[in-house]
Design a protein around this ligand. Structure first.
Ligand code: AMP
Ligand code: GLY
Length: 420
């Protein structure tokens, strides 16, 4: 089977590595891919915002399955257009991707289908939002409704911070994404990420992970896409996973069907494990980055048929085969990330890390120029280590990082501290 993978990050490198092992695969294409993916797939330049161009490519190259990595093409309806053309694709339709695209949509779904989540209000104007804050003192959480690159959430510890957040969002800080906002109750507990494969009707638990969102050690500084992650999340016991499947994932699939937007693809649930049980913080409509770089190395079966079954509505019920080992990934980022990452510096000795056992180097923001590997983004490399414990996985990930020569890069040295 010829497969087209869309995306260029560390998540897509991890997907490419897993897909490339499939006995069912003939040729893997990636658009646009990256230098790490280029060792596993044929990288092609294709404007994925031009859906007709993607369809034409699929026809010419006899693509039988498309795997969409990032959220933007999902929200733009790429899967809908592939579907109409009879090309199966992994990922939700535009309507179903609203679970990530609109926080208000997800909150209303949770209310209507009794999915445990924080109490909330939705607002389109400043006066009513501020009136709600008068009645609900801090701590409280203010969120832009739409996609705001992870920056649209303000956890306000004081009333002033909450009011400032409302002013900022309605003042246009996030453009259209802030035309509406959600204000919700502050939840206390430990956070975990949970992933379930879905075929519109059925869901299958995939794996759990925990990540570090803040750029600085001790979980300080601005939010990022994630500076590191590990899988499994020790707090996500089998009993807790079963609860999340029954109380959160299952009613979500029922609700999405009732909204005429059956959910296919992977549901990435951000959870708060509170004293009253697991509660939904938010959904993403895709695999996590860097969570995928720790989940897929634990997969002990062929990924391709599992993703295909999501697309064709024939997801099996037999549990996913995952190694009991721990995987940890540490993000190697360019100086200045997240505000202003410096591009263009040379990275050396990646092959030394690649030669280490139980170490996998995933490329995220790199490019090749002649014989040089060049930093070309904020999050540049992800170093995954595998081990029989969190400590062993961590030691391997950092051992891998330490052989790389890249003075312009930095990483957090405390990934996994909560689990250790
Ligand atoms: P989100 O983008 O919705 O995942 O929010 C980003 C982060 O804000 C989450 O990972 C949590 O740490 C925090 N957060 C969001 N909503 C809440 C809430 N209702 N209570 C406490 N923390 C929250
Ligand atoms: N690491 C969080 C995300 O992929 O959204």
């Amino acid at each position: 089977m010829n497969v087209l993978l869309i995306g260029s990050g560390g998540r897509e490198h991890a997907l490419a590595l897993a897909l490339s092992k499939s006995p069912q695969l003939t040729t893997l294409f990636a658009a646009p891919g990256n230098p790490g993916i280029a060792k596993l797939a044929e990288c092609v330049t294709l404007d994925v915002t031009d859906h007709q161009a993607v369809l034409d490519f699929c026809r010419v190259m006899k693509i039988q399955f498309v795997v969409v990595g990032p959220e933007a093409p999902l929200v733009a309806g790429l899967v809908d257009d592939l579907d109409k053309a009879g090309i199966p694709a992994f990922g939700p339709s535009k309507a179903a991707a609203q679970l990530e695209g609109s926080k208000g949509f997800t909150k209303d779904l949770a209310r209507d289908f009794h999915i445990p989540t924080a109490a909330y209000g939705r607002f389109k104007d400043k006066a009513s939002a501020l009136a709600y804050l008068d009645a609900h003192p801090a701590p409280i959480v203010v969120k832009a409704d739409g996609l705001a690159a992870g920056k649209g959430v303000i956890v306000a510890m004081s009333d002033k911070e909450a009011r400032d957040a409302v002013e900022m969002i309605f003042g246009g800080a996030f453009g259209q994404a802030g035309a509406e906002l959600v204000i919700e109750e502050f939840m206390e507990g430990e956070e975990a990420s949970f992933f379930a494969l879905c075929d519109g009707e059925h869901a299958l638990a995939f794996a759990s992970a925990q990540d570090h969102k803040r750029v600085g050690e001790g979980d300080t500084g601005p939010n990022t896409g994630g500076m590191g992650a590990y899988s499994p999340a020790p707090i996500m016991t089998e009993a807790m996973s079963a609860r999340v499947m029954a109380e959160i994932i299952a009613p979500t699939l029922i609700g999405m069907k009732a909204r005429s937007a059956p959910y296919k693809g992977v549901l990435f649930a951000g959870l708060m494990l509170t004293k009253d049980g697991p509660k939904l913080i938010e959904y993403n409509a895709r695999f996590g980055d860097p969570e995928t770089q720790v989940m897929l190395p634990r997969l002990q079966e062929d990924l391709l048929p599992l993703l295909m079954q999501c697309a064709t509505g024939q997801l099996r019920s037999e549990p996913v085969k995952l190694s009991h080992r721990t995987a940890m990934t540490v993000v190697f980022a360019a100086t200045g990330y997240p505000e202003n990452p410096q591009k263009g510096s040379i990275i050396s000795h990646v092959e030394k890390a690649e030669a280490m056992s139980d170490v996998i180097v995933f490329h995220a923001g790199t490019k090749r120029e002649g014989n040089h590997l060049i930093a070309n983004g904020g999050r540049v490399l992800n170093m995954t280590g595998l081990g029989s414990s969190v400590r062993e996985a961590r030691d391997r990930a950092y051992a891998g990082l330490d052989v790389i020569d890249w003075p312009e890069g930095f990483c957090r040295r405390d990934i996994g501290w909560r689990a250790l």
